[in-house]
Design a binder for this molecule. Structure first.
Ligand SMILES: [Ca+2]
Ligand SMILES: [Ca+2]
Ligand SMILES: [Ca+2]
Ligand SMILES: [Ca+2]
Length: 332
């Protein structure tokens, strides 16, 4: 990985051929610094229990106003680990919290989805500690939740995300922890399959979901805290993934998020790097064009690979890092 001084954006193209299923990703390291003074009101603070770790948004009481769900950790008092709900009061403020106890589990990440198809939002938390697990709390539609149900997942979980991996229209979960990425397929009734573990880098801390290679199948992105990189696992359908494909990040990436930062219609990645005090941004590049015509012509979207690539060997091949950005192909 090339090292860039903060504030001096640079890029490395890491590309796959247009016909390959691998995402083509261009790497840029940036740091913040521009002022957004006046963009937000003065901060308001609401009680959220002991040791809030993570926050997610959903309309839990179906009043059209987004509410908050947080995870709490208080290791000195295990009965204060859990999930807190703050309901939107309609004036930009929040009431609560209402607390759901997860015992001695140490919840980190929390995600929102309707897991049982009743149009009421539910919660999933990624729990570390001795009882590492995913906790599922089904929503009652009025801002309250059922008692948590636990799915054991070894590996000291840190993060959970909601996706649909096997095309059955039932929401699934991906959870990142020290053991890799656990995929739990939803049964549509709020229960989930036992986890299938996919390898990532060292100490995965955060997982995101998006379709990076635009093949209609959601892919997994993972920030690996100890290997200082991002793992991309490409969905192949059926709840399975190939990879991991590794991309360098800053030092100790702790969180990953997906967004189309260059507004080209392709999802990009950002990691928060706890030790290098910066953000790594990985821009998904357009597929490399093999055409020798002038001007070169590329497909608007990468064509679907005709056959699923077999599972990679234990040491998955890395995508080739190119020394400089390639000229963009002009779209036909
Ligand atoms: Ca539900
Ligand atoms: Ca599913
Ligand atoms: Ca995909
Ligand atoms: Ca983009």
């Amino acid at each position: 990985m090339a090292i860039f001084a903060a504030g001096y954006p640079a890029s490395i193209a890491i590309a796959c051929d247009a016909g390959e299923p691998g995402a083509a990703i261009e790497e840029t390291v940036t740091a913040g610094g521009s002022s957004l003074a006046g963009a937000f009101s003065a901060p308001a603070y609401y009680g959220a229990g002991d040791g809030p770790q993570s926050v997610a948004v959903g309309d839990f009481n179906a009043d059209g106003k987004p509410d908050l769900a947080l995870t709490n950790q208080f290791t000195l008092a295990p009965n204060r680990n859990g999930v807190s709900i703050l309901l939107n009061n309609g004036a930009g403020g929040f009431s609560g919290p209402t607390f759901y106890n997860l015992g001695s589990r140490l919840p980190e990440g929390v995600a929102v989805g309707d897991f049982n198809g009743d149009n009421k939002l539910d919660l999933a938390s990624a729990n570390g500690g001795a009882l590492d697990s995913v906790a599922v709390l089904l929503g009652n539609g009025d801002g309250t939740f059922s008692a948590p149900v636990y799915i054991p997942v070894s590996g000291n979980l840190y993060s959970v995300a909601v996706g649909e991996f096997n095309g059955d229209s039932k929401l699934d979960l991906a959870a990142a922890g020290d053991g890799g990425v656990a995929v739990l397929l939803g049964n549509g009734d709020g229960t989930f399959s036992a986890p299938t573990i996919f390898g990532a880098g060292s100490a995965p801390r955060s997982v995101g979901i998006d379709d990076l290679n635009v093949d209609g199948k959601p892919d997994l992105t993972v920030a690996n805290f100890l290997s200082d990189d991002v793992s991309v696992l490409l969905g192949v359908g059926g709840g399975s993934f190939t990879g991991p494909y590794s991309f360098n990040a800053g030092s100790r990436p702790n969180s990953i998020a997906v967004g189309d930062f260059n507004v080209d219609g392709r999802p990009d990645l950002a990691t928060a790097n706890a030790n290098s005090n910066d953000v790594t941004v990985l821009l998904t590049a357009a597929p490399r064009c093999r055409s020798r015509s002038h001007p070169p012509r590329c497909p608007v979207a990468p064509p679907a690979h005709p056959t699923a690539r077999p599972s990679p060997p234990a040491a998955a091949p890395r995508l080739t890092a190119l020394p400089s950005p390639r000229a963009r192909c002009r779209r036909a």
